[in-house]
Write a protein that binds this ligand. Structure first.
Ligand code: GTP
Ligand code: MG
Length: 157
């Protein structure tokens, strides 16, 4: 069965959208096989987005992804990779269809709430980083709670 990696980005965690994201994947019918609250180290963020290294927004992207804890998940199911991308919606939330996570919950490309693997191979690779590299304690044992406490509180209006 296919498995994909889905990550609630720091803005999604900070805005309290973890449950909403999980709920959409559960309702679709996928099976949650792993989950972790995780502070992404800079080196891993750079590896994750290495294909975008030449882009002008790359430093901002790395800054964004490492700005607070993320929630990493593995979801299993038939066609999970492509289906997750559909549920997530277009990269630019203003172009994402209503009914998708980004279409319903985001407005900015640089704050688009969630990541989903773009191929089964990348899904395996990305799941491996966060869950199966347990021997690498520098990656697994980062104290997320301390980071959360230092993180800027959500602005209330
Ligand atoms: P991910 O699921 O996060 O990988 O997004 P994606 O597959 O829909 O898009 P892509 O891999 O091309 O880009 C990765 C991330 O970089 C996006 O989710 C955005 O957060 C960010 N990004 C992509 N293009 C732009 C851009 O033109 N401007 C800015 N500010 N951010 C961008
Ligand atoms: Mg991508």
């Amino acid at each position: 069965v296919e498995e994909t990696y889905v990550m609630v980005k720091p803005d999604g965690v900070q805005r309290g959208l973890v449950g909403e994201v999980i709920s959409r994947f559960e309702k679709k019918g996928f099976k949650l096989t792993a989950l972790k609250l995780f502070q992404c180290p800079k080196e891993l963020a750079e590896e994750h987005y290495k294909d975008l290294k030449s882009k002008s927004f790359f430093p901002k992207l790395i800054n964004y992804i490492t700005s607070g804890p993320v929630v990493c998940m593995a979801w299993e199911g038939v066609g999970a990779v492509a289906s997750a991308r559909k549920l997530i919606g277009a990269t630019n939330p203003l172009q994402a269809e209503p009914g998708t996570i980004r279409g319903d919950l985001a407005v900015q490309m640089g704050r688009n709430v969630v990541h989903g693997s773009d191929s089964p191979e990348n899904g395996k690779r990305e799941i491996g980083w966060t869950y199966k590299m347990t021997q690498d304690t520098s990656i697994v044992e980062v104290p997320c709670r301390l980071r959360t406490q230092r993180h800027k509180p959500v602005r209330r209006v």
